[in-house]
Write a new protein. Sequence first.
Length: 220
Amino acid sequence: CVVFFIERRIQNFMSLDLSNKKSYYHETYQDESNKRNFLLAMNCLSKPHFDSVSKYFNFSQFKKLVDIGGGMGSLCVKVKKNYPHLDCNVFDVKEVKDLAEEHSKENNLSGKINFIEGDFFKDKFPSCDVLCMSGILSDWDEDDKELLLKKAHNCLDEEGVLIVIESFVDEKRDKVQNLFETYFMTVELGKGFHYTIEEFEKSCKNVGFQDIKYLKEDLN
């Protein structure tokens, strides 16, 4: 299995009390307006990186993509348009299914992107040859990060690929922007933190990944 990763660049932060993240997400998804606004915001932040994945990663040799915590399915929509042969699947909680199906319909892909209901901590990841996790790992502590990476490794084919889109901090942690991001993750999100690239590679190898590659992108 191979890990490709993209460094996600965050320019703005929302002030949210996420000390209990699982409870926060559950409560947010119970209110239709909050749910829609939250997922639209996540979609806006992630769009440049989804564009990069679709542009720089060649999906032509793969058969099935699963986007873990895929929300409205924006990555699947982008990839499906460029690679219509690919079986694209959003894996997320049932509360977001309606918006994911709405988003597919708005992009003339109704019925062409599957939604798989599941909790990425409680449920087994679907088998596939390409798995994506975008902005997922940073919310959690080291044990939970490695648990999710292990589940990813277990669900992939022998020649499968994990694509990770995340914010990383530099090894010295001496850049103001990186320090602020780490402070935000620790104070606002409880146990969450951003990996350094070295820490990320170590965790990947701990769960069985050996080949780790940086997928460069141009966000200018």
